[in-house]
Design a protein around this ligand. Structure first.
Ligand code: XIL
Length: 520
């Protein structure tokens, strides 16, 4: 493995030495090549984890003729392990492996994990990422995929284990390991997205703590001027148990954002998801629930008062879809949530008033997804209209915009125009477009990349048409590999931070569509 790495690295240097075309933009400086293992020749460095047997077998294979079979397991942590002695320190790695239980083993939950060995005792971590744990059944290969920044340890081993299936036997095949984002220089010669749109609206991204340093942060500063914390300002993170606030990471993200001249977006104060159960368990008396809601909002919003440009005050108060026929009756259509259950429909109004009292400087928005669908659009429209009439401090609506290839641009346009009738601003708060047909693939095909970019361009044309009401367009993350929907390639940058076609589509939507004869 080490040899392959060195060879490819040497080849890259050789190419560079022979003189690249001077007029071409510089390529990222150091791109370590991915390596793949598929057991066609041997065990490829895999070893038993625990007292198990691992065998190369041609009974099953994901590609080629062979896979690796793990048998005689007695514990969940038993499996197959691969040492990565040449893992680059402080580098983010993407790791993919395909698994399948044997016919006798039933449905098995697999977990992708790693072990670090160095000066101190070994320690273990599960991989992050939407697919690092997955359920699999016989007859169908399932992909496990994880991303992790390896600290500087002598060895890092990656292994496949199970959850609640101590004796299950399984096959694995097609291992792909590649340094991911932080190993790469980003293309700093590209025009800055936020500058292109500076006169019209903010261009934002959602971040995890790892994004606030190094290359990833340089990329953020290059293209974005607004930051939303992807998870770290949510109620469960900030107040896991009553009265015990945990502001450390939120502070770090906010300070880094503000110190670097970007706008901080607060996300979110009242939500049914990622909220601690103690806040509003079933049966909580209304007055107590109101106290919990107001206390949380007061503590959080007043701490950051003057530093947060916009708060997503209430998130997702409606279900995924609302029947258009009686959408105007917004109360009847509210999502059944703990806040609704304990307080009643006025929890929304209470949350906005509390947020305004705690931070009179922040703009306050109502945020939700599927707002391009007509029923939900009307329900939200009527709710905000009534709240505004009652003098509730609500300044905008956030369309999350978690779209896919079936999203219809006309529906998005209709919603922006409808919300504009309320006289408040519209923000695109969590923009991404998934490519469903790539589900489970390791790469986006060029055809799909093209179609996705075209949809990005059409939607950005619509945002520009409505630039007078649009305050901000925020993407939900930076690159496909670390997206919350990483299995479906939703964002503007590849795993190595290189710009996808979608980036160029967003940079100049009109030119992008004209070039393809798609502008009428
Ligand atoms: C997502 C985060 O990106 C994930 O990391 C987390 O596991 C789940 O939440 N709507 C929202 C966001 O308002 O807060 C969600 O973010 C995505 C859907």
């Amino acid at each position: 493995m080490k040899k392959i790495f060195l060879m490819l690295f040497a080849t890259a240097i050789l190419f560079a030495a022979c003189g690249a075309e001077p007029e071409l933009p510089p390529e990222p400086e150091y791109i370590p090549a991915p390596y793949t293992l598929s057991f066609e020749e041997g065990l490829d460095g895999f070893e038993p984890r625990g007292n198990v047997t691992i065998t190369r077998t041609n009974a099953q294979s994901h590609t080629g003729d062979y896979s690796l079979l793990v048998t005689e397991r007695t514990s969940d942590w038993n499996g197959a392990t691969l040492a990565l002695p040449d893992a680059l320190p402080f580098t983010e790695y993407e790791f993919i492996v395909w698994v399948m239980p044997t016919a006798a083993s039933g449905t098995v939950t697999f977990q992708l994990s790693m072990e670090f060995n160095g000066a101190t005792d070994p320690f273990w971590r599960n991989f992050d990422g939407a697919n690092a744990r997955a359920e699999a059944r016989h007859g169908e290969w399932t992909m496990l995929r994880g991303v992790y920044t390896f600290p500087h340890f002598e060895t890092v081993s990656v292994y496949i284990e199970t959850r609640g299936a101590a004796t299950a036997e399984f096959y694995l095949d097609n291992v792909l390991a590649r340094p991911s984002t932080t190993a790469f220089a980003f293309q700093d010669y590209l025009p800055r997205l936020f500058e292109v749109y500076e006169d019209y609206f903010l261009i934002g991204t959602a971040v995890m703590p790892r994004d606030m340093l190094g290359t990833r942060f340089e990329l953020i500063q290059h293209h974005f001027n607004a930051i939303t914390a992807g998870n770290h300002m949510k109620p469960d993170h900030l107040q896991p148990t009553q009265g015990n606030f945990n502001f450390e990471t939120a502070d770090m993200i906010l300070n880094t954002t503000v110190d670097n001249g970007m706008s901080m977006i607060g996300h979110t104060l009242a939500w049914h998801s990622q909220s601690p159960p103690w806040m509003n368990p079933p049966g909580t008396p209304r007055e107590e629930a109101i106290r919990n809601l107001e206390a949380h909002i007061h503590e959080v919003a007043s701490r950051y008062s003057g530093q947060i440009a916009v708060w997503d005050v209430v998130n997702e108060a409606f279900p995924s879809s609302v029947p258009p026929a009686n959408a105007a009756d917004w109360r009847a259509n509210l999502r059944q949530t703990p806040w609704l259950d304990t307080i009643g429909y006025d929890y929304i109004e209470i949350a906005f008033r509390a947020a305004h009292a705690a931070d009179p400087y922040a703009k306050l928005i109502y945020n939700d997804y599927n707002l391009d669908s007509p029923g939900k659009r009307e329900a939200v429209f009527h709710m905000i209209q009534e709240l505004l009439e009652r003098g509730v401090p609500i300044h905008g609506v956030g369309m999350q915009a978690h779209y896919n290839m079936n999203t219809r641009p006309q529906n998005v346009r209709d919603s922006i125009e409808r919300f504009a009738e309320l006289g408040i601003s519209v923000s695109i708060t969590e923009f991404d477009i998934t490519v469903q047909s790539s589900l489970g693939n390791e790469r986006l095909t060029p055809e799909e990349e093209e179609r996705q970019a075209i949809l990005y361009a059409h939607l950005f044309m619509i945002f520009m048409e409505n630039r007078d009401v649009i305050h901000r367009v925020t993407f939900w993350g930076i690159d496909d590999a670390t997206s919350w929907r990483a299995d479906r390639f939703p964002l503007l940058f590849n795993y190595d931070l290189s710009a996808k076609l979608a980036f160029y589509a967003v940079l100049d939507p009109e030119g992008f569509l004209r070039e393809r004869g798609l502008l009428n």
